[in-house]
Design a protein around this ligand. Structure first.
Ligand code: ATP
Length: 274
């Protein structure tokens, strides 16, 4: 269960992400992350799991180039994050809240990154239509966000990230605010997109079940200070269907991660009290 190699991944895949002894102390002195070393090959689906405050978002934001590490390095396709374009690759970040412009139509929201990049409307319109089709919202292009459900708004947010045709998708608890049925549906759709577009995905969640269902590999983190404590390979084939979630194998992975999370959280509580 705990082998490090990820089945189904090209063993010769280039590293998409290399975190090299990167650590982060915020200006107020909070040590959010001890030095982290992590390599994620192209095409892998990796999930960061751990108790609140263990540095999941900090790590993801450092990979995105939104936060500078205090020390250490982050490479994307072997280049510093700021030089991703030179590597011929693109990244997109999906936050927990869909953060849509309420006054603008669905298609205008999805087109925003292309407008900001100065892509002519003649090119942009086709790409927006493709992205909306990918998330099943082609018929809602003219709708306003307020007329959509929470799940549909999150699909718009995902379409907006896909419109730049990313190679790397970074997702910070994207479905955390949704009901369980909607979350399962979006998880399944995300796996489909990941495989179809051959994306590399780093996904943050608090849900053990979501982590097992989605991932090639789960990175378990603990807090005070934030660090990686375990890596668990989910050695199961894709496509994964909801049937996988009621198998004994799924239950074994979930139990293993639950025990690991409890250990990480207990340490967390003890260190908070000391
Ligand atoms: N801008 C900041 N300034 C100071 N401390 C911060 C800042 N952002 C986060 N922290 C602290 O850094 C630690 C790690 O935070 P981070 O948000 O990365 O954890 P997390 O695992 O994503 O948490 P959660 O699951 O609650 O979202 C926490 O102790 C947090 O309070």
């Amino acid at each position: 269960m705990l082998r490090r190699a990820c089945p189904g991944l090209d063993p010769g895949a280039a590293p998409a992400i290399e975190v090299l002894s990167a650590h982060k102390t915020y200006p107020n002195g909070t040590i959010a992350l001890q030095p982290v070393d992590l390599t994620i090959p192209e095409g892998e689906f990796v999930t960061l799991l751990g108790p609140s405050g263990c540095g999941k978002s900090t790590l993801l934001k450092m990979v995105a180039g939104l936060l500078e590490p205090t020390d250490g390095r982050l490479l994307l396709w072997r280049k510093p994050v700021a030089q991703l374009d030179e590597a011929g690759k693109k990244m997109a970040f999906v936050f927990q809240a869909p953060t849509l412009m309420p006054w603008a139509s669905v298609e205008a929201n999805v087109r925003l990154p292309l407008d900001l990049a100065g892509v002519p409307r003649s090119d942009a319109d086709g790409r927006v239509a493709d992205a909306l089709a990918l998330v099943g919202l082609a018929k809602f292009a003219k709708a306003l966000p307020r007329n959509l459900s929470g799940g549909m708004q999150m699909r718009v947010s995902i379409a907006r990230s896909l419109v730049v045709q990313p190679n790397l998708l970074l997702m910070d608890e994207p479905f955390g605010a949704l009901d369980e049925i909607t979350r399962h549906k979006l998880d399944a759709d995300l796996l489909h997109l990941w495989r179809e577009k051959k994306l590399t995905v780093v996904f943050v969640t608090h849900s053990i079940h979501e982590a097992v269902f989605l991932s090639n590999r789960v990175i378990m983190m603990a807090a005070r200070p934030g660090r990686i404590v375990e890596e668990v390979v989910i050695d199961e084939p894709y496509p994964r269907t909801p049937d996988f979630m009621v198998t004994p194998r799924f239950a074994r992975y979930a139990k293993h991660l639950q025990d690991s999370l409890l250990r990480a959280s207990k340490q967390n509580d003890e260190e908070a009290l000391s």
